[in-house]
Design a binder for this molecule. Sequence first.
Ligand code: HEC
Length: 265
Amino acid sequence: MREGRRPDGANYYPAFPYPSFTRIADADLRDLWAYLRSLPPSSQASQPHDLWFIFRWRLLLWPWKWLFFTSGPFQPDAKASAALNRGAYLAQALGHCGECHTPRNFLGGAKQSRFLAGGKLPDGAQASNLTPTRLKKWGDKDLVDFLTTGLTPDGDVVAETMGEVITNTTGKLTPQDLAALIAYLRSLPAFRASGRADPAVAALRARARGRPRDRRRSGAGHAGTRVVEAASVSPRHRPARLAVHGHAQRPCQSRASQARHRPAR
Ligand code: HEC
């Protein structure tokens, strides 16, 4: 869990979300292990791998890890409140929200500078932007309802992948932990789904640096810029087949459930 390595020393594929699980505190790892050992044995065989071709060679995981993996438990931010640190720990370590909700580069490495700004799953499903850019439209109660029932404020039912996260993870949080998680999401920098900071924030930053806002973003040039930007979005957001959480690839995703994934937003 900490190093992403098997007992025999070989690297795990990051379809196992150890880049997040490495942040789990020692005490929680011990408790998890004690719980797993209390489960009745199962004779179910492990499923064969279904990975992006390049990752069929485990040796390539060495450079991948060198580039994209930093081991070590979560470090609380001394300037943030206990609740915010708790929320950050839940999102970054145990809840591993970033494995799906953070965009990835073409090698499948998470773009940590755009943490939770919205990702794409191997099946093409969009994992929404969780930064205030999108979630500011949701009240705290909307988020609590969604993370416990899977119902969105406009009465939509969540698609299967996030539905599993709700059933197994967020729906089981204590009210305090749920509030901490939500407070943490609210504290994130506001990124647009494409990964750029919210234009309002960018404008403030530019003003703080004492220069006018980038002219391409205003007036007549705007539409053209948007077209160019739109055209350049998809290659950068190519889904990295390997590096997303395994349960997105499980056969239990029925056609009907995939059809429920809403289009990109
Ligand atoms: C296995 C991948 C995966 C993980 C892990 C995951 N999510 Fe999601 N999440 C999704 C997908 C896919 C959607 C889009 C679902 C839909 O459109 O119905 C989603 C949607 C959401 C939404 C709805 C946002 C909106 O604007 O519609 C919220 C809120 C959310 N997730 C929060 C979280 C939090 C918090 C965590 C961590 C505790 C988390 N998710 C972990 C895949 C994931």
